[in-house]
Design a protein around this ligand. Structure first.
Ligand SMILES: Cc1cc2nc3c(=O)[nH]c(=O)nc-3n(C[C@H](O)[C@H](O)[C@H](O)COP(=O)(O)O)c2cc1C
Length: 159
């Protein structure tokens, strides 16, 4: 399997509903291709993790980089992996930081942490860590049976 993480800059601002729709469509397509992942949006940029069969992830990524809704796409992580971080999430969307604040969940990279609002490309390869932190929160909450809390931090999740 392949896991990749890329960052990009929005060419136009999306409202929450449009972001949700983007994730919903992505989820449907990804599910059919056994691809899972997560998409973060800070209101200016995207940070996305895609994981699954190498050929499928590559096909999806090739379509994504051509999408006019974003630009300045930078691959920050690309590695062969054996296990998934986002099992069951075909494209979970995490919207702006307010969503995290409202949820009451303390993320290691919260809105209060300057990292979260800093442009992803300034973070460089550490940007991928942000997504991996989300994966570890997902795993911890799932282990603790806190599915409702999980739902409150993720805007969209088509399983
Ligand atoms: C930030 C961003 C993330 C996206 N993520 C995915 C994704 O995970 N899976 C996917 O199939 N399409 C994703 N898309 C949409 C693709 O770029 C493209 O529109 C879609 O694959 C076209 O599918 P279609 O040819 O079946 O209509 C994303 C688009 C953007 C802007």
């Amino acid at each position: 399997m392949l896991r990749l993480v890329y960052s990009s800059v929005q060419t136009r601002t999306l409202e929450a509903a449009a972001f949700e729709e983007l994730c919903r469509k992505a989820s449907l397509k990804n599910r059919g291709m056994q691809v899972s992942g997560m998409l973060l949006c800070n209101g200016k940029e995207y940070l996305q993790c895609l994981e699954g069969p190498t050929d499928k992830v590559s096909t999806i990524y090739a379509a994504i980089v051509e999408d006019p809704r974003h630009t300045d796409i930078r691959l920050v992580f690309h590695q062969a992996v054996d296990t998934r971080l986002f099992e069951g999430w075909h494209m979970a969307g995490l919207w702006k930081p307010e969503q995290l604040l409202q949820s009451g969940v303390r993320l290691p990279y919260s809105m209060l942490d300057p990292y979260f609002q800093r442009p992803w490309h300034v973070l460089g390869s550490a940007a991928a860590d942000l997504l991996f932190e989300c994966a570890s929160i997902k795993a911890n909450l799932e282990r603790g049976g806190q599915q409702d809390l999980l739902k409150s931090i993720v805007l969209t999740n088509t399983t």
